[in-house]
Design a protein around this ligand. Structure first.
Ligand SMILES: [Fe+2]
Ligand SMILES: [Fe+2]
Length: 136
């Protein structure tokens, strides 16, 4: 079962950001499916480590875009990203390899955080003035 189902409600209206979000969701779902699924089995720690890396790369790209566009809430948005990575770091510190995921604890938090972040923070990026289209 997928951890997060992409929905058009998550779209922020900037093709490169939406594509990045879709790829992030796909990658997280792929990793999630490997958790406890036979031969390719990932440990919870492998899963968290991979998700951390994927999310961090996405945040870096998004923050670069915000800087390029002089996004005014850059600091707040970046702080949200940092809080997420900090929490992931804490979970990785607490986790044992045999932590069950079926209870939805970590995975539920992860999917709720991402969906909420797309809809509350990332969606505000679509109001960025597109400087490229302003050039004569
Ligand atoms: Fe973001
Ligand atoms: Fe994002």
């Amino acid at each position: 079962m997928a951890l997060i189902e992409w929905s058009e409600d998550f779209a922020v209206g900037i093709p490169e950001v939406d594509k990045d979000h879709q790829e992030l969701i796909e990658d997280i779902n792929g990793l999630y499916e490997q958790l406890g699924s036979g031969r390719d089995e990932l440990t919870v720690m492998d899963f968290l480590t991979a998700v951390y890396a994927e999310a961090r790369e996405h945040f870096i790209r998004e923050e670069e875009l915000m800087l390029e566009q002089d996004y005014q809430d850059y600091e707040d948005h970046k702080a949200e990203h940092e809080r997420f990575l900090e929490r992931m770091g804490e979970l990785m510190g607490e986790s044992q390899d045999d932590v069950p995921t079926e209870d939805g604890g970590i995975s539920l938090w992860l999917s709720h955080w991402l969906v909420n972040h797309f809809q509350v923070h990332d969606v505000r990026l679509h109001n960025l003035p597109d400087k490229n289209t302003k050039e004569p």
